[in-house]
Structure formats: C-alpha cells, structure tokens
Design a protein around this ligand. Structure first.
Ligand code: ADP
Length: 379
C-alpha cells in the first residue's frame, strides 16, 4: 500500500540528514526551502553557504536519496542554493556558474517537474544537419511510444519552426503570464523563432542566452512528457556550456559528418559534455554516404565511417548513420520531416533505430545514477 506523499512526511525524513557541520539536522537548522510536490515528484532546495556547494554535494544526494525512499515518490530533485533571496531569481546563472564547469550535481539547475528525461542534440559546428537530425529523432521517440516535446535552443539560428511547418506562427498565452507550447505532429514544440522576428539578426550575450533558455523552460506550460529533445546551438562555447548546466540533462547525442574536420569538432563536443558530467548517449553520423534518389546506389563521397571509428576510439556509443538524401532535405525543409511524412521508408527506420538506441542508453545511465545514490550511507 502506498502512502500519500505529504510535505510533513518529506520533512520527517529530512530530519535524518545532518547539516553542513554534522551538528544538527537540516530541518532543525532551517535550511530546507518550501517543498513542492507534483504527482509524486518532489522538489526543494537546501540553502548552503556560498562556496561550500561542492563540498556539500553528498548532503544533497543524501537528502535526495532519503526522500526517494518514501512510498509513492516517483522522483526527487534537490538543489543547493547559496542564499535564499538571490537563489530565487530565475535569470541567474546556475550555481557554480557557467564559468565553473564540472561543478556537478544539480546545483542551481532549473527543475522541470513534468519532464522525465531531457536529451540534448548537439554538434561541434554548424551545418552538419543537427536540427534536421534533432527533429527526426524527436519524432522517432514519439513513434516509439514516448510522449515527446522539442525545445529549439539554437537561438542563433532557430530552424525548428520551419522544420515542423509552423513558421511565422505565435504561441498562445496561458495563465500566470506563461505561454503554451505549440503543437506539431502531436508533439509539443517551443522555439525562440516563435517569439522574435525571424528576419532580425540576433545578437546574444551570455546572460541573455541564459535568460532566453530559462524562459522557454520555465514560462512554457509543458505537459507531462517522457522526453524533451533540446536542439542545442552549434559549437562548444560558453553558451552551450551554460545550457548544458542550466537543465538536468539525461544525456547528449552528438551529430557529426564523416569529414575529419567535423570529427575534431565533435570531439570538442564530447569533451564539453564530459566536463559538465552529462553522459554522451552516442554519436550519429549524418550525411554518412550519398544515396542516389533515382537508382538508390550508394557512394561514400565523404569517406563514410569516420564517426563510427572515432566513437569506438573514444568509447562513446555509435547510434547509426544517416545517408545524404534528397528526401531528407526536401521533406524537412518543407516542414514534413521523413519520420512522419514517410514513416514506412528506410530513413524513418534509421531514425527510429537511433532513437531506440539513444533511449536505451539514457535509461541505462539513469539506472546507474540511481544505483549510485542508494549506496550513500546515511548518518
Ligand atoms: P545544422 O542544424 O547543423 O546547422 P541543418 O539541420 O539546418 O543543420 O541542416 C543543414 C542543411 O542540410 C538543411 O538544408 C538540411 O535539410 C540538410 N540536411 C541535413 N541532413 C541531411 C541529410 N541526411 N540528407 C540531406 N540533407 C540533409
């Protein structure tokens, strides 16, 4: 029989967690923020002195673990805030800051109560087909039975509205100054492209990037989703690092073309995710080989296979190869990605296979993380 999860029950359990100096418990020390419970998912923050967040990560994990033991709790997200007043500002960079990669944990991340897993699709550089791959993988997750959304975080060149045929449309307002996500092919979609003039050149500086992303996550009324695919901005600079730290990512998929140069860039992408402790779910080789649209003959014009070899070398999973094919370009660019417009075709099958493999890896990492947490010994 499962208990109803209550704030009282959560606080009762948290009384077993010792505070930063091992003297009293975190509830008696008044370090616990108001507790939010939403359909079995529990969120709260523990306030700590600035500068001690890293050292106190075991305390955060212990709190998360012990609340996770309560019957009926589906997930727990605990953040460490340096100071309660300033910690509440939504456009603050994450605790530890984007300039402090590797700070680990979920400190300062934006909690996403409705979303099971957030998966980033990234590339080391632009033009490798990252957005085309992201939208088709998202639709493939959906075809595989997962409730899916896509967030276009490529604020420098938002292309998701075009790829799903919603260009020039605007989202509706929801209550509390929030906005509703758009819908395409049954999937929830959000992009900065819906909110700003597509023709206006966008110049973003660090804090603006963070605040744009924050708004698209927090002020959008996302429904209950199994997975939210995030189409990341290309490259591996500060903006990408900031984004990787701002949300609790379940993992990242890296898109690369077979050319060596792109692989060097893909390696940078891998290292970036390593730095911020986000698991790489795998590498996808896009434009892997040329498939003649009339005769179907295959030519390895870019010397295909580089991404697979590279993945093996660095120990990252290889998720699959997508050919360079007119259908993929034409259908995506016309707002009808192949996974939905030609679901029985060979390309849709490739994307569904990639989505299956990526999901398997994401679930395996989740299980591994959960296993680690239960090992933390309590007082
Ligand atoms: P990125 O997001 O990396 O900048 P896009 O997804 O916008 O790249 O793709 C760039 C161009 O390449 C688009 O016109 C897209 O239709 C095309 N493209 C991407 N992948 C393929 C593919 N596998 N076959 C054919 N064209 C592709």
């Amino acid at each position: 029989m499962s208990d109803q999860v209550t704030k009282e029950r959560v606080l009762e359990m948290l009384q077993k967690v010792k505070g930063p100096d091992q003297d009293d418990d975190i509830v008696s020390l008044d370090l616990v923020s108001p507790i939010v419970i939403n359909k079995g998912k529990v969120y709260f923050a523990i306030s700590v002195e600035p500068g001690r967040a890293k050292e106190l990560e075991p305390m955060r994990e212990a709190a998360e673990e012990i609340v996770g033991r309560i019957d009926g709790v589906k997930s727990v997200a605990v953040t460490l805030t340096a100071d309660r007043e300033s910690g509440e500002a939504s456009d603050q960079p994450p605790a530890g800051g984007p300039g402090a990669p590797g700070s680990g944990g979920t400190g300062g991340q934006i909690p996403m109560p409705n979303i099971g897993s957030i998966i980033a699709v990234a590339s080391g550089k632009g033009g490798v087909g990252k957005s085309t791959t992201a939208i088709n993988i998202a639709l493939a997750f959906q075809a595989n039975g997962l409730k899916t959304g896509i967030l276009d975080a490529d604020i420098y060149g938002p292309s998701i509205p075009r790829l799903v045929g919603l260009q020039g449309q605007n989202p509706e307002a929801a209550e509390d100054d929030k906005i509703k996500p758009m819908k395409a092919f049954g999937m929830e979609v959000m992009s900065i492209g819906f909110l700003v003039d597509e023709e206006a050149p966008m110049i973003w500086r660090g804090p603006m990037v963070m605040s744009a992303l924050t708004q698209m996550l927090q002020f959008v009324t996302w429904g209950e989703l199994d997975v939210l695919v995030v189409d990341m901005p290309p490259g591996t600079g500060d903006a990408q690092l900031t984004m990787s730290q701002a949300v609790p990512l379940a993992g990242a998929i890296i898109v690369s073309t077979p050319q060596d140069l792109a692989l060097i860039d893909a390696r940078k992408g891998l290292n970036m995710f390593k730095q911020v402790k986000v698991p790489v779910l795998g590498i996808v080789e896009n434009m892997s080989y040329f498939q003649c649209p009339s005769c179907g003959e295959r030519s390895d014009i870019f010397g295909h296979g580089g991404a697979k070899r590279e993945a093996e070398k660095i120990g990252a999973p290889f998720l699959g190869e997508i050919p360079l094919h007119m259908d993929i370009r034409e259908k995506s660019d016309a707002g009808q990605p192949v996974v939905v417009s030609a679901p029985d075709g060979p390309h849709a099958e490739i994307y569904r296979h990639i989505a299956t493999e990526a999901w398997k890896n994401a679930e395996a990492y989740k299980a591994k993380r959960a296993g680690k947490k239960t090992k933390i010994t309590m007082e």
